[in-house]
Design a protein around this ligand. Structure first.
Ligand code: DC
Length: 220
């Protein structure tokens, strides 16, 4: 019997980390854990409950009183917020625009850390996010930082929106990615950064399959 493995993946928006993590999980028979979905679910609850997003202590209190669960079905991850399926709702623009309030709150991140470490404890997981290689699982068996040029990431975002039949304004696309990068990179707690010992995979010009293949080639 092979040993259990833990793979940690970080990278900016549009680096392909979600899609690549899904492919890797399927290929290697691992559990896929989308930590961004957890922050998104909590954001949805905060908005629904009319919580002041500027009040970090209120957000931390909410995190402590919320149950977020990721379950897995043939069609992909199902996100449960206090038992309710919110898989689709957490992808809305309103959630995307507000999630940084939750992501910068220390008490929220502490709560997420406990939950995410508990999920990873059992092993055989590929967990992706912004602070997985640096804060959540610094001792993971494999750590990757996925990247791609800014132009490539904008191109991927455009394709994703088109495929999902979503409306967008061309000039807003690159502005959105720039804003998200800035928020991820400059927040005080657990900002996105390359762990010193992470393997960097730059997927500019690669398909998702090629990117996943590049990552898997490092996993023995
Ligand atoms: O990966 P995503 O775009 O679905 O993540 C949503 C937000 O959550 C993103 O703006 C950054 C934040 N996030 C985070 O701060 N830490 C993580 N481990 C994962 C996501």
């Amino acid at each position: 019997m092979r040993n259990k493995i833990t793979i940690a993946i970080d990278g900016p928006a549009g680096s392909g980390k979600s899609s690549v993590s899904k492919i890797i999980a399927k290929r290697l028979g691992l559990l896929y854990v989308d930590t961004g979905a957890m922050y998104r679910a909590l954001t949805l609850k905060a908005m629904r409950n009319g919580i002041d997003l500027g009040k970090e202590t209120d957000l931390a209190g909410l995190a402590h009183n919320t149950e977020i669960e990721l379950t897995h079905k043939e069609e992909g991850t199902v996100v449960l917020l206090d038992g309710q399926d919110v898989t689709e709702k957490i992808r809305g623009t309103d959630v995307t625009n507000n999630v940084f309030y939750l992501a910068r709150a220390e008490g929220v991140r502490e709560c997420m850390k406990r939950l995410q470490r508990k999920i990873a404890e059992k092993g055989d997981v590929v967990m992706e996010g912004r602070d997985i290689t640096t804060v959540i699982l610094p001792d993971a068996d494999y750590k990757f930082y996925l990247d791609a040029s800014f132009e490539e990431r904008v191109k991927r975002r455009r394709k994703e929106l088109e495929q999902n039949g979503k409306q967008f304004v061309e000039s807003e696309l690159s502005k959105d990615i720039k804003i998200r990068d800035k928020k991820d990179l400059t927040r005080k707690i657990a900002p996105l950064r390359k762990a010193e010992d992470a393997i960097v995979v730059d997927s500019t010009g690669m398909s998702l399959e090629e990117e996943a293949e590049a990552v898997i080639s490092y996993v023995k």
